[in-house]
Design a protein around this ligand. Structure first.
Ligand code: NAP
Length: 312
């Protein structure tokens, strides 16, 4: 617990998985004096009030940011430009304004054009999440040992960047700084493309004629169910990701299609050596992820295995 809060007032615009997790974690670590939150719908605002995690729930974005020294937009990337326009005139001079959007270049452009010169703009993306959304889905531990990428525009005050980095570190994240364009390319391959593939496979399986839907569900432990977790992610968030990271996603999709063609050819030709070599390389990648602590080594993602009944 910190005795002196890092920020006197934190304003959260949007309160779903990410906003709710930031609020819970910042509260648990005593990082902020006061948390003011708002959300688009009356239903979410009323639920946030009931949850009792924040000090005040207000009705508008402009009201939320008044006197806040840290403002974080936790809304879909496609909504960040309009929300920034709404808050611009009410921001406290010297405030740090940030976001959590999964795409950076387009969002940074959309927000920057509305921000006054007397605030510090430090865009961020915590690379952490689940397939759940809404005010009840957040939890304080979400960011522990996950990366948070900051993409400050050239010339951003270094102290402001360090202050936001310290905030993210205090709620468990590791911080890295890069350009928005590089972020978008990296995330296109590590996150956006896998989501697109999962969305595709799940709908392909659903549309098959010779295999029934009940068979797809019944035999899903063969691999399909692991894709369904990703494909259950929030449709609004992911629509906005693909609309706003179009170029990088299309570039990675081109690479993916080439690799898929190579494997298709190997299968068609009965080229076992190519398949074996390919799968050996990918297995090493999985082991590398476990080695750097980005996943658990437990088999089958640590799912609890049912036990056989003991013989009497
Ligand atoms: P979420 O749980 O669905 O919450 C979204 C919040 O944004 C809600 O408060 C919602 O308000 C509000 N909202 C939705 N559409 C809006 C609009 N058009 N204008 C203003 N507010 C709107 O979403 P989340 O998972 O926290 O995602 C929020 C941001 O975090 C996104 O930019 C996403 O890219 C980023 N992110 C997500 C993950 C993840 O895994 N989920 C990971 C890292 C970063 P109502 O409830 O009132 O509708």
């Amino acid at each position: 617990m910190n005795d002196t809060p890092m920020f006197s007032r934190l304003a959260l615009i949007g309160f779903g998985l990410i906003g709710g997790s930031i609020a819970r974690a910042a509260r648990a670590q005593g990082l902020v004096g006061e948390i003011v939150a708002t959300a688009r719908s009356a239903a979410t605002r009323s639920r946030v009030q009931e949850l009792g995690i924040v000090d005040r729930v207000v009705e508008s974005n402009a009201e939320a940011v008044k006197d806040a020294d840290l403002v974080i937009l936790c809304i879909p990337v496609g909504a960040c430009g309009a929300a920034t326009e709404e808050i611009a005139a009410s921001l406290k001079p010297g405030a740090i304004v940030s976001d959590v959007g999964s795409v950076k270049a387009a969002v940074v452009r959309a927000m920057a054009e509305h921000l006054p010169a007397n605030v510090h703009f430090v865009p961020a993306h915590p690379v952490a999440g689940t397939e759940d959304s809404g005010p009840d889905s957040g939890f304080a531990e979400l960011f522990i040992n996950r990366w948070c990428i900051l993409t400050p525009p050239d010339g951003t005050d270094a102290d402001a960047v360090e202050k936001l980095a310290a905030f993210w570190r205090a709620i468990g994240a590791n911080v890295e700084v890069m350009t928005p364009e590089h972020h978008d390319l990296v995330l296109a391959v590590t996150s956006h493309l896998p989501h697109l593939i999962a969305y595709t496979i799940v709908s392909t399986a659903d549309e098959l004629e010779d295999v029934t839907r009940s068979e797809v569900l019944k035999f899903s432990a063969g691999g399909f169910r692991d894709f369904t977790r990703i494909a259950a992610s929030d449709p609004t968030m992911w629509r906005d990701v693909f609309l706003n990271n179009k170029d990088a996603v299309l570039e990675m999709l081109g690479e993916f299609q080439e690799d898929l063609s190579k494997l298709t050819r190997a299968i068609r030709r009965g080229d076992g050596e190519t398949l074996f070599d390919h799968f050996t390389r990918t297995r090493a990648i999985r082991r590398g992820i476990v080695e750097i602590g980005q996943d658990d080594a437990a088999p089958d993602f640590g799912r609890k295995q049912p036990q056989l009944a003991k013989k009497a």
